[in-house]
Write a protein that binds this ligand. Structure first.
Ligand SMILES: NC(=O)c1ccc[n+]([C@@H]2O[C@H](COP(=O)([O-])OP(=O)(O)OC[C@H]3O[C@@H](n4cnc5c(N)ncnc54)[C@H](O)[C@@H]3O)[C@@H](O)[C@H]2O)c1
Length: 457
């Protein structure tokens, strides 16, 4: 570490180093005197020494996420060696910790999109903490089909986020302490065909919500946004020098030639990395752009509340609409296999995703509502593990005991992302959150639910 090292003294306390001896002693004595006068002395703060090469100022490069982990120094740091444990050990300890979700008991929580896949489970989880929950949802037919009534739940207000007056009335009645904004149009492919609808619901809807919250006599104290990894576009890659970069979307022309991997400006292959929150956004779809605009609206509108932005990776699990052809690749696979179809795997099958089980996402939202330190933060929520679409399809075929198999077709969709995996360290550190459900367990739960749904139809 380039910082000043503390020295322990027999008399206790820390004597600052790096100053001329006379001044050092005067400051040390003054500190001791102050401590004698002050019954609750602040702990001495160690300041990093400024260096001419700029190191030691602000966070270390590995903390900014601007450099891939592989490019950083390997092995434990001097501090870690002194403490006798490594970063891997620390990650292990963290994964043992439970999320900090202290009393939401007396809280009133308003959830837009609360009848949806994530929202309906989140409502239940929050009610279980003792919170009073109101869901606001228009029961979008593309998501809920004609059986929308089946989704009717306690505390549901049917309304559209595009209807500012309806939002205002619902908020005035709910008087929420916390608002969770989930309502959205969610189909990446569909967003290219219907940009005005996507902007209306996602952008204007979020702006309406902000204005309606501002007009409340007592505005909420926190707003939690369901954001998406789509804001990263292709996400983080390292070039041959090990520098992290956010490449532009792949071209149709390259994919036509069967070139699916990303190539750097120097013509050499780029290496995919887990994407940190600090990577500059570069959405490759109207959906991603409209969701990024939601983030900007929250960040840039002066407001009395603080906000938490959770960038979700690929969420899957029981309850994800089997009838919506635009979202949820695993639900779509289940539905296709149960209909006796052969799965068509795009590109060369080596498209990677970070699949995260819905109940883990729900516990991340609960932690985001309850953790003070999350205020003002953008946090990736994912498993942090890369699973190829081919592997996922094979697991679903196995769980459904289907012999229909799959085809790796080489087909592709413009705007599709090749490798999408999150760096989830911030979620571990800030929320004390880590996923609890393995991909195998999650797919088994999804398949069991999808089977039941199909039988019930
Ligand atoms: N599921 C994922 O993989 C994923 C990944 C990243 C981000 N997200 C975000 O999480 C949120 C919830 O996603 P989900 O998977 O539960 O989707 P979902 O479609 O199941 O839920 C969205 C809910 O919003 C409602 N809704 C849609 N338009 C509305 C409108 N105009 N007014 C009021 N309600 C409306 C729908 O009826 C639905 O109940 C979305 O904001 C989405 O962008 C989801």
């Amino acid at each position: 570490m380039g910082g000043v090292q503390p020295r322990r003294h027999r008399g206790g306390g820390v004597r600052p180093a790096g100053l001329p001896p006379g001044l050092r002693r005067r400051r040390w004595l003054a500190g001791r005197l102050n401590r004698r006068l002050d019954p609750y002395p602040a702990r001495p703060r160690l300041r990093r020494k400024r260096r001419s090469d700029g190191r030691g100022q602000g966070p270390r490069p590995s903390e900014t996420g601007l450099y891939p982990r592989a490019a950083g120094r390997s092995g434990p740091s001097r501090l870690q060696r002194r403490r006798g444990r490594t970063r891997c050990d620390r990650r292990h300890y963290r994964s043992q910790r439970q999320p900090r979700t202290p009393g939401l008991t007396a809280q009133r929580i308003f959830i837009t999109g609360g009848a949806g896949f994530i929202g309906s489970r989140l409502c239940k989880a929050l009610r279980a903490t003792g919170a009073t929950v109101v869901a606001f949802d228009n029961l979008h037919p593309q998501v809920h089909g004609d059986g929308a009534a089946a989704r009717l739940q306690e505390g549901l207000v049917i309304g559209d986020v595009r209807d500012r007056a309806a939002l205002q009335t619902a908020l005035e009645q709910a008087r929420p302490d916390i608002v969770v904004h989930l309502a959205a149009e969610t189909g990446t492919g569909q967003s290219a065909d219907e940009p005005s609808r996507y902007c209306d619901v996602n952008v204007v809807g979020a702006a309406n919500l902000i204005e309606a919250m501002r007009a409340l006599e007592t505005p909420p104290r926190r707003v939690v946004l369901a954001a998406t990894r789509a804001v990263y576009g292709e996400g983080a890659y390292a070039d041959t020098a090990g520098v992290l970069t956010a490449p532009p979307p792949r071209t149709v022309e390259a994919m036509d030639r069967g070139v699916f991997d990303l190539i750097g400006e120097d013509g050499r292959p780029l290496t995919p990395c887990p994407t940190p929150e600090t990577l500059p956004p570069r959405p490759g779809s109207v959906y991603g752009s409209s969701k990024l605009m939601q983030e900007y609206l929250l960040q840039q509108s002066p407001a009395p509340w603080d906000h938490v932005i959770l960038r979700l990776q690929n969420v899957y699990g029981p309850g994800q609409s089997l009838r919506n052809p635009y979202t949820g690749v695993l639900s779509i696979f289940c539905q296709q296999v149960m209909a006796g179809r052969t799965l068509n795997i795009f590109e060369d099958g080596e498209i990677y995703r970070d699949f995260i089980f819905v109940d883990d996402v729900v516990s991340a939202f609960v932690a985001a509502c309850a953790t003070d330190a999350a205020g003002g933060q953008i946090i990736n929520i994912g498993d942090g593990r890369a699973t190829s679409i081919r592997e996922a399809a094979e697991l679903i075929l196995k769980e459904l005991k289907s012999d229909r198999g799959l085809t790796i077709s080489g087909d592709f969709r413009a705007g599709d992302v090749r490798y999408a995996v999150a760096d989830t360290r911030k979620a571990h550190d800030l929320l004390g959150w880590s996923p609890q459900i393995s991909f195998e367990q999650g797919v088994a739960a999804l398949v069991a639910w999808a089977r039941n749904e199909a039988e019930a139809l």
